[in-house]
Design a protein around this ligand. Structure first.
Ligand code: MG
Length: 229
C-alpha cells in the first residue's frame, strides 16, 4: 500500500490523468487544433497535415518537437494558437477529485508536457486548482518534456528549490516522490530514478516494474494507506 504521510511529494500528469479516459473529448479538442496548426504551417489540406503530424509524433516524440526541428516553429506561437479557449473542451467540475487531492498529505504538483495555461485552465474548470501547489510545464522544461531524462532531472531540481519556500524539505528517499501518469513511456524514466510509479490507465496490461496500477484517479484511495493521528 502507498503510505499517505507527510514527506511524500505527489506529482500528477495532467492530460488523461487528472481527467480520465471518459473525458477524452478534452484532449481530442486540443489535437484538432494541433492538426490545424500543422496545416497552417506546412500548407496543404487537413488530411495531409494530419499525416505529417503522425509522422512527427513518431519521429520526434511530439508534434511540437517535429515542428521545431523541421519548420523552425516558435513553441509559444504554437501554444498560443492551440490554446484558444473558444475552440476547446475542458473537463467537468470534479468535487470528488478535489476532496481526494485535499486528503493527500504532502505537496501536490502537476508535471506536464503541455504549457501551464492549458492545465491551469482545465483545473480551474474542474475546481481542483486550489488543491495543486504548482505546475512544472514544458516551457520550464526548456521545451524538452517527458520521457527525456532531462525533464525528470529538472523536476528534482525544481522541487529542491520550491519545497524549502513551502517550509518543506526535499525527500531523502527518491521513493517518496510519487508520479501518477497515464503513459508508461513517461513513467519508465521515473521508475529508473527510483520514484514511486502509479499507472493511471484503464489498460489491463501492466509491466512488472510499475509499483501501483489504478484505472482511474478516483481509485487512488484503494491503494492508499491512511494514518490517522
Ligand atoms: Mg497524460
Amino acid at each position: 500500500m502507498l503510505q499517505n504521510v507527510p514527506g511524500k511529494i505527489w506529482l500528477f500528469d495532467y492530460d488523461l490523468t487528472l481527467y480520465g479516459e471518459e473525458e477524452r473529448c478534452v484532449i481530442n479538442s486540443l489535437d484538432h487544433r494541433i492538426s490545424l496548426f500543422v496545416q497552417k504551417t506546412v500548407g496543404g489540406d487537413f488530411k495531409s497535415a494530419h499525416k505529417i503530424r503522425t509522422d512527427y509524433l513518431e519521429r520526434f516524440g511530439t508534434t511540437l518537437a517535429g515542428l521545431m526541428a523541421m519548420n523552425q516553429v516558435d513553441p509559444d506561437e504554437f501554444f498560443d494558437f492551440i490554446h484558444q479557449p473558444e475552440y476547446l473542451i475542458y473537463p467537468k467540475k470534479a468535487p470528488k477529485k478535489l476532496k481526494l487531492l485535499q486528503s493527500l498529505e504532502g505537496p501536490r504538483f502537476v508535471f506536464t508536457n503541455g504549457r501551464h495555461d492549458w492545465s491551469e485552465a482545465g483545473m480551474a474548470h474542474m475546481g481542483i486548482d486550489s488543491a495543486i501547489d504548482g505546475v512544472l510545464d514544458l516551457k520550464q522544461l526548456g521545451w524538452v518534456g517527458k520521457p527525456h531524462d532531462s525533464a525528470y532531472q529538472k523536476m528534482e531540481h525544481w522541487l529542491s528549490e520550491k519545497l524549502p519556500s513551502m517550509g518543506r524539505s526535499m525527500p531523502k528517499d527518491s521513493h517518496d516522490i510519487i508520479l501518477l501518469e497515464d503513459s508508461l513511456r513517461n513513467l519508465e524514466p521515473a521508475h529508473r530514478r527510483g520514484w514511486t510509479t502509479v499507472y493511471v490507465n484503464p489498460e489491463s496490461d501492466v509491466p512488472d516494474w510499475v509499483d501501483y496500477h489504478i484505472s482511474h484517479l478516483l481509485e487512488l484511495p484503494t491503494i492508499l494507506e491512511i494514518f490517522e493521528n
